[in-house]
Design a protein around this ligand. Structure first.
Ligand SMILES: Nc1ncnc2c1ncn2[C@@H]1O[C@H](COP(=O)(O)OP(=O)(O)OP(=O)(O)O)[C@@H](O)[C@H]1O
Ligand SMILES: [Mg+2]
Length: 405
């Protein structure tokens, strides 16, 4: 017997029977399970941070554990055992240019939960000119591709938290402190856990807008700031405390480095800095980041995956030039950056200044293949040495005229 199909095709009955038999004997493989990524353990997270951030070992460890515990809290929610895991929001305190924002940004690349970085300086109390606090949540929802339930388990980094300290000298009976205490009050609700109404277009809330509702109970908050002036508050308290115990306070405090002073910070100091007690209570983990020392600054130049020197070498290689920094040039750059008020931030400026003239001239100088930077160049006493294909070397004069060496 033959079964006719459409058009001219036909299959005999015996073939259909054999095919059926074969299919029964060898069933098709079950559809592959969707691949589940196993979450990163603290060591993995730390290793990722290590690839981009130099030093700050303690902060890296605390962040790695906090993030891992955050994952655990999410699993625990799925398998309720009756024990509720509370979140432990984190406060990173450290001088300008020591890697706070860099840590947050690197974490953002590392994690597979939604992560948003935002800045506290732009926030004001609702009803006043500036951004509403809910816009922070909008960033997170955007990071979660508008999946609100995913965003509800996300992590938010609030940078420059110190800028919303209560303003000194504000007479609160006359002027409202709308970018300081007012913002703290509103941030409090979100950090603590509430169902917030977020305007999907961002900006200010207005009555005829539809809101996205997001529960912030499981969102982990990491805050950071330079907290200028906090060391003085801590050392004042230490000095008065130590002298009360009968030691020669002054001498001892003088010897302490800025970092070890900050690491002795207690919640009371943050209150004095201008934070309301409820806010301090909701940031139970505080980490003092170290100002980078000479050695760390040298490592910042060369070690991270996108270290400053590597970036310039890449720029030069596009022009077909090999850029070389001698060891003493790195030392010189670190020497002038150490103790600088902008920390590692000034390293880029130092290198940029040293290379400016060469970057200006190089594309017009066809046969240069190498450019060598030494201590003199960094200190501004010379321009980099340029080497041509034929092995000749010369320097541009400081006023950008070509000069044979
Ligand atoms: N620990 C570090 N490791 C590697 N690079 C660093 C480190 N600290 C700072 N840098 C370099 O300095 C730049 C500025 O650092 P970052 O933005 O993290 O400073 P910050 O601590 O947030 O300062 P601020 O308080 O001014 O915001 C970074 O882009 C990076 O190039
Ligand atoms: Mg920063």
């Amino acid at each position: 017997m033959v079964v006719a199909g459409q058009g001219r095709s036909a299959v005999c009955y015996e073939c259909i029977r054999v095919l059926n038999q074969l299919m029964e004997e060898d069933p098709p493989p079950p559809p592959a399970e969707p691949e589940t990524k196993s979450p990163l353990v603290p060591r993995d997270i730390n290793a990722n941070l290590d690839a981009y951030v130099v030093a700050q070992e303690k902060a890296k460890k605390i962040l790695s554990v906090a993030v891992y515990n955050h994952y655990k809290r999410i699993w625990n929610d799925a398998n309720p055992t009756g024990v509720e895991l509370e979140k432990a929001n984190i406060l990173l305190i450290g001088p300008t240019g020591c890697g706070k924002t860099l840590l947050a940004e690197t974490l953002a690349h590392t994690l597979d939960v939604p992560f948003a970085v935002c800045d506290a300086t732009s926030l004001t109390e609702s009803g006043y000119v500036g951004e509403d606090v809910e816009n922070i949540l909008l960033r997170l929802i955007q990071a979660a591709d508008w999946d609100v339930s995913l965003a509800e388990n996300g992590i938010i980094y609030i940078d420059e938290l110190d800028k919303i300290a209560r303003k000194e000298g504000v007479n609160r009976s006359i002027t409202r402190d709308v970018s300081g205490e007012g913002v703290q009050q509103e941030l409090l609700k979100i950090i603590e856990g509430c169902v917030a109404n977020v305007p999907p277009q961002g900006g200010r809330k207005h009555p005829h807008q539809e809101f996205l509702q997001i529960d912030t109970r499981n969102i982990l908050f990491i805050c950071g700031g330079a907290f200028d002036g906090l060391e003085e508050i801590v050392s004042r308290r230490l000095a008065s405390g130590v002298s009360r115990l009968g030691f020669l306070a002054g001498g001892r405090i003088q010897e302490e480095t800025q970092n070890s002073i900050l690491s002795q910070m207690v919640p009371q100091d943050l209150l004095e800095f201008g934070f309301i007690p409820e806010m301090v209570g909701r940031l139970p983990v505080t980490v003092a980041l170290e100002p980078l020392d000479r050695n760390a600054l040298m490592r910042v130049l060369t070690e991270p995956k996108n270290a400053i020197i590597k970036q310039y070498q890449q720029l030069f290689s596009i022009d077909g030039v090999e850029l070389e920094f001698t060891q003493d040039s790195l030392e010189a750059a670190a020497d002038s950056a150490v103790g600088h008020p902008t920390g590692a931030r000034c390293l880029r400026h130092i290198i940029e200044c040293a290379l400016l003239d060469v970057m200006y001239e190089l594309p017009s100088l066809k046969d240069v293949v190498r450019c060598v930077v030494d201590r003199d160049v960094i200190e501004g006493n010379n321009t980099p040495t340029l080497v041509t294909k034929s092995g000749e070397s010369f320097n541009l004069s400081l006023d950008r005229e070509l000069k044979s060496a």
